[in-house]
Design a protein around this ligand. Structure first.
Ligand SMILES: NC(=O)c1ccc[n+]([C@@H]2O[C@H](COP(=O)([O-])OP(=O)(O)OC[C@H]3O[C@@H](n4cnc5c(N)ncnc54)[C@H](O)[C@@H]3O)[C@@H](O)[C@H]2O)c1
Length: 356
């Protein structure tokens, strides 16, 4: 079994790449206890038979949250905590997140606060969660005032990546994962960016070998950034490329019509316009980014959004500083950095670029 070590001192852990997930799940569940798998309704609908036939003998607790971003809420956390209290979960219990980024963020947060912290295992089942959200220890929930505004830094004991889960994933969820994958190429590794362009066909065709190579490279990059900046105080911020516009798009569409990674893809399109408008990247590179994203068939035309209302939402983002909006912009091939802009500057650049 291939492993990747995330070196965080006493919080270190392995990312394990497995062809089959059942043995590993059994291993997580069979020590300590009582233990719980948190998953969501869509995933459970597809994998129920496998889970019940293979894991039933282990006296496992399964907690199912409704699928979707709305489950990243305080009421979901209260539900999980009540369930664990009612079933006498103790400090030797384990929490296993089996699902996409929503399940990972919610289960991780519940694990981090129950009796001041239970052992937590990430078993990501979407492309987005395998390349991004399961690694790095950020957990969190949304409030009406904003996304991920409450949460914790809480590293898992292990991350289990089984690309075979992706066989049941729909095309939109694959595109969503590709949003974060392209981000890694842009912020860290231009050669990888060029490889992704060529690998898109294989990703959509669920070519497991190609997926494994791409997922592994993304995990290496994320692990590297997290090792240098576990608590998001400096370098790790570059992971937010595409996310300033992306979060605003999610907020305005109320997390309903667009998936997180799709919003990130659109965010990268807008933010590349800003980068070109500011002279940080040349026209050719901007065109190359836009052309790669167009291969996913996503386009800014899918959203009936007013840019100025997006910019209004960004003006209250928690990452802002001194009244300016924080963007992570590409500054060269495979490199990105934070740029602070006023609302007026953003709008005037986008007018000059012909976006509005
Ligand atoms: N903690 C972090 O560092 C971090 C990083 C990036 C994103 N996120 C968060 O992750 C969330 C998005 O994650 P996501 O894209 O995985 O969304 P998600 O968890 O909502 O999953 C998307 C959909 O795929 C379904 N699904 C899951 N696994 C499946 C499978 N194997 N086959 C078929 N369907 C399956 C789910 O039921 C759901 O309907 C957002 O809330 C975002 O904020 C967190």
């Amino acid at each position: 079994m291939e492993r990747l070590y995330v070196d965080l001192g006493k919080n270190s852990y392995d990312i394990v790449f497995a062809d089959s997930y059942i043995n590993k799940l059994e291993e997580y569940i069979s020590s300590g206890g009582p233990n719980i798998i948190v998953t969501d309704s869509n995933f459970f609908g597809i994998y129920r038979d496998v889970l019940e036939s293979k894991l039933a003998k282990l006296n496992l607790h399964t907690y199912i949250i409704p699928a979707g971003e709305d489950s990243k809420s305080i009421s979901t956390i209260v539900g999980i905590i009540n369930y664990m209290l009612d079933n006498r979960f103790s400090r030797s219990s384990r929490v296993i997140a089996l699902g996409g980024g929503v399940v990972g963020d919610v289960a991780g947060f519940a694990a981090s606060i129950y009796m001041r912290g239970l052992a937590f295992y990430q078993v990501p089942t979407t492309l987005l969660s395998q390349v991004d959200s399961s690694v790095g220890g950020k957990t969190g929930i949304n409030f009406p005032q904003g996304k991920n505004v409450v949460g914790s830094f809480y590293q898992p004991k292990e991350v289990l990546i089984a690309p075979e889960f992706l066989r049941t994933l729909g095309k939109r969820e694959l595109t969503s994962g590709i949003g974060e994958i392209i981000k890694y190429g842009l912020i860290y590794d231009h050669t990888f960016f060029l490889e992704i362009k060529e690998a898109l066909h294989d990703i959509y065709a669920i070519n497991i070998a190609a997926l494994k190579a791409v997922i592994r490279r993304c995990c290496e990059i994320k692990a590297n950034l997290v090792e240098k900046d576990e608590r998001d105080e400096g370098l790790r911020k570059i992971l937010n490329l595409g996310h300033t516009f992306g979060h605003a798009i999610e907020t305005i569409t109320k997390y309903q019509s667009i998936a997180h990674g799709e919003a990130v893809l659109l965010g990268i399109l807008y933010e590349s316009q800003l980068a070109e408008g500011l002279g940080l990247i040349d026209k050719e590179y901007h065109a190359e980014i836009a052309e790669t994203i167009s291969r996913t068939n996503i386009s800014t035309g899918i959203l009936p959004l007013s840019i100025s209302s997006l910019v209004d939402v960004m003006s209250i983002d928690k990452k802002n500083s001194a009244g300016k909006i924080s963007f992570i912009l590409p500054v060269d091939r495979g490199r990105a950095r934070e740029v602070l802009l006023t609302k007026e500057e953003v709008l005037s650049i986008l007018v000059r670029q012909g976006v509005i």
